[in-house]
Design a protein around this ligand. Structure first.
Ligand code: NAD
Length: 250
């Protein structure tokens, strides 16, 4: 498989390049904001991505960058009919819609988290939220101090699982001053510190007991491996908008 890695010098891009090499696959193009060299590899400027995609053999683009860059790369993918795996988070509703629509023309797979166990945690959260219908829920996520978006894409995924199980609710982000908990609200908390790779906890509490469902990433490689697994799965798919659960189910 020939990969184009975008955000190649970033934390995730670096891991994508490492895992790609470890798996014996090929980094056909590495791009970032500027032309540079990174870990012994030529990194091209993203200004020419469309042209680079035309000139090099690329089966799948693997993108871990920022929303504005992803939208640009999605356009290059669409014009060159190249499949794209998107790991970037923090999109607006309009951007989410445009990504989904691109699936009408090319294979697109987007996931806020490429860890297999987070995927299992999604199912656990949905089941617990539905079965423990009256319990209060608080969602807490912790990430490194450079993370741009809050709450994390994964926390948002858990919130949509809770919504599926329970219907609508009010999200309360942090609390300050006189702010007693209202019935049915869900508290969402984002902590940022050091180089924490990602911790997510969903707490469900009744009057007499507490259930905590918690996941901690020990290395960013788990996300890169998941993204590569998704890329392998996506490379011979028809145009469509796919999820990581479909990869894991197969
Ligand atoms: P990072 O800051 O280390 O890397 C970001 C990369 O994007 C860098 O290479 C940077 O040069 C590039 N970039 C930034 N602004 C740009 C712009 N305007 N145009 C082009 N390139 C630009 O961040 P990271 O930790 O590698 O995370 C990247 C993204 O991946 C984030 O959105 C993060 O939330 C997400 N993420 C997703 C998963 C997952 O499993 N889906 C896991 C970890 C991180």
């Amino acid at each position: 498989m020939d990969i184009a890695a975008t955000g190649a010098t970033g934390q995730m891009g670096t891991n994508v390049m490492k895992v790609t090499r470890d798996r014996g696959e090929n980094i056909s193009i590495a791009v970032d904001r500027e032309k540079t060299e990174h870990r012994g590899l030529e990194v091209e400027s993203d200004e020419n991505l469309e042209q680079l995609l035309r000139e090099n053999k690329v089966d799948v683009i693997v993108d871990f960058t920022v929303p504005e860059a992803t939208m640009k790369y999605l356009e290059a993918a669409r014009k060159t009919e190249t499949a794209i795996v998107i790991g970037t988070t923090g999109f607006s509703e309009d951007q989410e819609k445009r990504i989904e629509e691109a699936g009408e023309e090319i294979p697109v797979l987007k996931a806020s988290n490429f860890s297999p166990s987070i995927n299992v945690m999604r199912e656990l959260v949905r089941e617990a939220a539905g079965k423990l219908e009256k319990y209060d829920i608080e969602v807490t996520e912790t990430h490194h101090n450079r993370k741009r978006d809050a709450p994390s894409g994964t926390a948002k995924t858990f919130l949509s699982e809770i919504e599926e199980a329970r219907g609508g609710f009010e999200e309360v982000h942090g609390r300050e001053g006189k702010q007693p908990r209202e019935k049915g609200e869900i508290g969402v908390h984002a902590k940022r510190a050091g180089d924490i790779k990602g911790t997510h906890e969903v707490l469900l509490a009744g009057d007499e007991e507490v259930l905590k469902i918690r996941h901690r990433s020990e290395s960013r490689e788990v996300f890169a491996s998941g993204a590569l697994r998704a890329a392998e799965w996506l490379q011979d798919k028809k145009p469509g908008f796919y999820s990581f659960s479909e990869v894991l189910e197969e």
